[in-house]
Ligand binder design. Structure first.
Ligand code: NDP
Ligand code: 2IT
Length: 445
């Protein structure tokens, strides 16, 4: 890193004390954009990087609600409106007990560059709460979502900030939040994405992140002269991203042998039966270990991190941040992994990324590889504005076109700045360039 970028990093750490995930996300970007910054001294003069690492607005608020025992619960809500240089703030809402400001800021920061790569006009933002939907009744989830939106609604809008799903926020939560927004604002607008198909949602949004990941990795495979056929794949997580990544990879001839949740992982060497996983996860809201009750030949192992000890050709981390550390990356390499595609946000630590890249593993970074979800959210916004809807095939074809374009941007930008084959640098530099140019055009703001 140049002395200049080093000093920006030092300021970020000092100003955002204790927010280690945010520091990591910023460092990953600053480590790779030096060639672009060198070529554009005007970015330094106008303090583009210093402005980019500072959110435009950060909201933190109280979310009180009443549980089924009649007790009052108090959670904390967040929305970080990070950057609106190329469009309204756009990004999901994470509901997980680990959520604090540092997590929402890392996600919001990543979202800026990811959204820029989609080619669509969306800025970067992220929200969430330390509320845990697991084990809560539908009524409790509704009470929380209504209270959360009772504060949030005044800060968002279809041309201002458009939230969506993320960990713990699926169709049910988006429904309750949308209902409350509609009631408070007395408007029916596309203020959230990931909506139900009956009330403004887009076909293929549910599948989009997982499918998009597979479309992106398909290009990586093609560049290496191969394809999915017969490849052994390990996918962490068993939520929205993991399920549809499995579905698409399997349809292209891959064999997915392992999936996980936060408690442990299942191994089914014959190939995981996705219908059983979907029944457990989507319909029963159960745990992945229930899989072995139905498939006797499969194995369940307690503890989610062991999943990276399973030999595979392709690893797709689709659960959460920092789920692969340097040692786990080294183990994957030792066992022969050739491709890694990040479905989750920042699933690999900085050491893990270095380990993969130094070993010659073809590595697809989250900002590019998982951008299909938010891209299809932007297609949902587009359909809402037109008061129209496209067929599944139309949306899926647009998604494929977008993932191809993202892959091309990553490879071309990497090559143009002397980093041929480095998709991490390519994604960061391409996303940064687009946002930086828009910020330059807008003057100091
Ligand atoms: P879901 O809530 O549907 O699923 C999350 C999965 O990851 C579950 O299997 C969950 O297990 C597991 N998980 C969550 N937190 C942890 C943890 N701390 N340790 C271990 N496992 C964990 O979320 P999504 O599938 O939507 O999101 C998965 C990842 O993909 C996240 O990083 C998200 O930010 C990212 N992403 C999501 C997009 C989307 O459109 N949904 C778009 C782009 C990125 P358990 O059930 O035990 O909690
Ligand atoms: O991390 C992400 O890109 C998402 N959770 C999806 C955001 C969106 O607005 O669809």
């Amino acid at each position: 890193m140049s002395q200049y970028l080093d000093s920006v990093m030092e300021t970020v750490v000092a100003r955002n004390a204790g927010e280690k995930e945010f520091h990591q996300a910023v460092k990953e970007v600053l480590k790779t954009i030096e060639p672009v910054v060198e070529k554009h001294p005007e970015f330094i003069k106008e303090k583009i990087v210093e402005r980019l690492v500072e959110p435009e607005r950060q909201l933190m608020f109280r979310v009180p609600w009443v549980d089924d025992k009649g007790e009052v619960q108090v959670n904390r809500g967040f929305r970080v409106q990070f950057n609106s240089a190329i469009g309204p703030y756009k990004g999901g809402i994470r509901l997980h007990p680990s959520v604090y400001l540092g997590i929402i800021k890392f996600l919001g920061f990543e979202q800026i560059f990811k959204n820029a790569l989609t080619t669509l006009p969306i800025g970067g933002g992220k929200g969430g709460s330390d509320f845990d939907p697991k084990g809560k009744s539908d009524r409790e989830v509704m009470a929380f979502c209504q209270s959360f939106m009772t504060e949030l609604w005044r800060h968002i809008g279809p041309d201002t900030d458009v939230p969506a799903g993320d960990i713990g926020t699926g169709a049910r939560e988006i429904g309750y939040m949308f209902g409350q927004y509609k009631r408070l604002s007395n408007t029916f607008t596309g203020v959230l994405t990931g909506k139900g198909l009956e009330w403004g949602g887009s076909l293929a949004r549910t599948e989009a992140t997982g499918y998009g990941l597979i479309y992106y990795v398909t290009r990586m495979l093609q560049d290496a002269g191969t394809d999915w056929n017969g490849k052994k794949v390990v996918i962490s997580g068993s939520g929205n991203v993991a399920i549809y990544a499995n579905q698409k990879a399997t349809s292209l001839g891959a064999k997915v042998v392992a999936m996980s949740d936060s408690n442990g992982y299942i191994v089914d060497e014959g190939g995981i039966h996705l219908d059983i996983v979907r029944d457990i996860k989507e319909r029963r809201r159960g745990r992945i270990k229930e899989y072995v009750d139905e498939v006797k030949s499969a194995q369940y192992v307690e503890g989610c991190r062991g999943i990276w000890s399973i030999p595979c050709d392709i690893a797709l981390p689709c659960a959460t941040q920092n789920e692969i550390n340097g040692d786990e990356a080294a183990l994957l390499v030792k066992n022969g992994v050739q491709f890694v595609g990040e479905g989750a946000n920042m699933p690999s630590t900085l050491e893990a990324i270095d380990t993969f890249q130094n070993a010659g593993v073809f590595f697809g970074p989250a900002k590019a590889a998982n951008a299909g979800g938010v891209a299809t959210s932007a297609l949902e916004m587009c359909q809402n504005s037109m008061r129209y809807s496209w067929s599944f095939e139309e949306v899926d074809a647009k998604l494929q076109g977008i993932m191809n374009s993202i892959y091309d941007q990553c490879t071309r930008t990497a090559e143009a700045y002397g980093k041929k084959g480095d998709l991490v640098a390519g994604a960061n530099m391409a996303g940064f360039l687009k946002v930086a140019k828009a910020m330059m055009a807008h003057g100091i703001c």
